[in-house]
Design a binder for this molecule. Structure first.
Ligand SMILES: [Zn+2]
Length: 245
């Protein structure tokens, strides 16, 4: 079952849970439209198509399980600004936000998935470069700049979201270990713009490297993808069950 939303959220559908009033996860398929993202080294897989495919599979899996509500930031091949993606999550009152991506690196051996959670400091040069490519400004997130109560509250909310994001990343990796090919040190931190503006625990999940032929083949394989989607779905349910307590 889906519900219609106001015109400001045109094109966004919320898939309901089996019982009303359940928490909402917003899944963001990275890239789209004019922005194809990375391209697969062996089969020419386009990141924008892969992220949408996995987002739909994750939505369908969560809908089948029926415990949480789900929305996607885009349903088709649409160009969406980063702020618009975060805006959709905010307007819907998302309890959790997951942005899906696939990596690309100069080193063809680089492979495995990475979970990035929100931070005001990038964990390494790679994360900083990636955050910059995903629209983060060069400077770190500002703290209480003008001392106003409004800024202070926004700052506290951001800190809460940061802790929540890191906790969810740990939970997600816990579920993914043994089922998903992971990078060494798979939990990293970056000041992603799309994560900073969501006001809910938010992670960016890089599913693997399209610049690595084995990763690309695994991401194209429905069985491997199914195990990844199941791990994501379980992590989402665990997170949202905890969030409701
Ligand atoms: Zn990407």
């Amino acid at each position: 079952m889906t519900v219609d939303l106001p015109a400001t959220l045109a094109g966004v559908r919320v898939t309901e849970a089996r019982t009303p009033g359940r928490p909402l996860v917003v899944i963001d398929p990275g890239h789209g439209g004019r922005d194809p993202g990375a391209t697969g080294v062996a089969a020419g897989t386009r990141e924008k198509e892969l992220t949408l495919l996995v987002a739909r599979e994750l939505r369908d899996e969560l809908a089948r399980r029926g415990r949480v509500r789900v929305a996607l930031t885009r349903e088709g091949d649409a160009s969406l600004e980063l702020d618009r993606r975060a805006d959709i999550a905010r307007r819907l009152g998302a309890d959790l936000f997951i942005s899906l991506h696939a990596d690309s690196a100069k080193d063809p051996q680089a492979r495995g998935a990475t979970v990035y959670s929100l931070s005001d400091v990038a964990s390494d040069a790679d994360a900083a470069r990636l955050a910059a490519a995903q629209g983060a400004p060069g400077a770190s997130v500002s703290s209480v700049a003008d001392g106003s109560v409004r800024t202070l509250l926004a700052d506290l909310a951001a800190r809460d979201a940061m802790t929540g994001s890191a906790d969810f990343a740990v939970r997600l990796l816990d579920r993914a270990t043994g089922r998903v090919e992971l990078r060494p040190e798979p939990h990293r931190f970056a000041a992603f713009r799309v994560l900073r503006r969501t006001e809910a625990p938010a992670v960016l999940f890089e599913m693997g490297y399209l610049s690595n032929a084995m990763d690309e083949a695994m991401l194209r394989d429905p069985g491997t993808r199914g195990r990844m989607v199941a791990a994501l779905a379980q992590a989402v349910e665990t997170e949202l069950a905890l969030a409701r307590r």
